[in-house]
Design a protein around this ligand. Structure first.
Ligand SMILES: Nc1ncnc2c1ncn2[C@@H]1O[C@H](COP(=O)(O)OP(=O)(O)O)[C@@H](O)[C@H]1O
Ligand SMILES: [Mg+2]
Length: 247
C-alpha cells in the first residue's frame, strides 16, 4: 500500500501508510488497541475504502484485482453466532469457494484440501462436529483451516492468537511454520507474539494510524537490544509489556 489514508466519519485512522510485503516474508503487525491495525489490513484487502492512496495486490491495483484465491484472510473475531449450525468440515469447505465457484459440487481435490487444512491445524478428527461445541481457540483454528483450504500464497490473519489457549497457539505456530516452509507469505496482526516470535522475519508497529517501526522484531520484554543491534523505536507504547508479551 502506498500512502494509504482511511477515515471513519471524517476522522483519519490510517494516516498515509506505506507498506510493501514481498513473497516469503512473515510480517507481524503490532500496536496497541485502536492504533489502526485492523483498518490497515482491511483496507489492504479492499474491505474498507481508502480516502487517499493506493493498494496493489500481487502487483495489480485493487480495483482490478480478481485473483482472490491467491490469498486467505482470517478476520479478527469469530462472527457472533449466525444461528446456522455448521460443522467444522462445512466451515473449512467454504475456503474452497473462491477456487471452485458456487455452483459446482466439491471435487476430490476440494475434499483433500479440506482434510489437509484440518490436519494442519490439528482438528482432523473433528470435521463432523458442530463448530459451536469447540473452544474459542479451536474455533479460531477452524477459521485458519478455512483460509488454508483455498491453498493461498498469502495468508492474512487479524489477531489469530488473541484469547486463544496455549495448545491452540502452539498448533497455530506449527501450522504457520509448515505454510512458510512451503513458500507461503504471511501477514498477521498480533497483540503478543508468544510462540510466533521465532517465525517472523519482520515487525511493523502501528501507532495512532502511522507506522512507527518497520524492521527487526522487537525484543521480548525485559531484554535490551545489544549496542549496534537494530532496535525498536523507543516509543513508550512499543515497550509496553502487553504489546510485546513476555515469551
Ligand atoms: N467501522 C468503524 N467506524 C468508526 N470507527 C472505527 C471503525 N472501525 C474502527 N474504528 C476506529 O478506528 C480506530 C482504529 O481501529 P482498528 O483499526 O480496529 O484498530 P486496532 O485493530 O489496532 O485495534 C479506532 O479508534 C476505532 O475505534
Ligand atoms: Mg484490530
Amino acid at each position: 500500500m502506498d500512502r494509504a489514508v482511511v477515515a471513519y466519519d471524517g476522522r483519519p485512522v490510517l494516516d498515509g501508510v506505506s507498506l510493501r510485503v514481498d513473497p516469503a516474508e512473515v510480517v507481524a503487525i503490532l500496536g496497541a488497541n485502536g492504533s489502526g491495525k485492523s483498518t490497515l489490513v482491511k483496507s489492504a484487502l479492499g474491505l474498507v475504502p481508502l480516502a487517499k492512496g493506493e493498494v496493489r495486490l500481487f502487483g495489480t491495483p485493487l480495483r482490478r484485482f480478481r485473483s482472490w484465491h491467491r490469498l486467505g484472510y482470517v478476520p479478527q473475531r469469530v462472527g457472533a453466532g449466525s444461528g446456522v449450525p455448521a460443522t467444522v468440515g462445512e466451515v473449512v469447505a467454504e475456503g474452497r469457494l473462491a477456487r471452485r465457484g458456487f455452483l459446482r459440487f466439491p471435487s476430490g481435490a476440494d475434499k483433500r484440501a479440506v482434510e489437509e487444512a484440518l490436519t494442519a491445524v490439528g482438528l482432523a478428527d473433528r470435521a463432523r462436529e458442530p463448530v459451536s461445541v469447540l473452544s474459542g481457540g479451536q474455533q479460531q483454528r477452524v477459521l485458519i483451516a478455512r483460509a488454508l483450504a483455498g491453498a493461498p500464497e498469502l495468508l492474512v490473519l487479524d489477531e489469530p492468537t488473541a484469547g486463544v489457549d496455549a495448545a491452540s497457539q502452539e498448533a497455530f505456530a506449527a501450522c504457520l511454520h509448515h505454510f512458510v516452509e512451503q513458500g507461503g507469505t504471511v501477514v498477521f496482526v498480533a497483540h503478543e507474539l508468544g510462540p510466533l516470535r521465532p517465525l517472523i522475519t519482520r515487525a511493523v508497529v502501528v501507532h495512532h494510524g502511522e507506522i512507527i517501526h518497520d524492521g527487526a522484531p522487537p525484543e521480548p520484554a525485559g531484554h535490551h537490544a545489544e549496542p549496534g543491534h537494530d532496535h525498536v523505536h523507543p516509543h513508550a507504547s512499543v515497550e509496553a509489556p502487553g504489546l510485546l508479551g513476555s515469551a
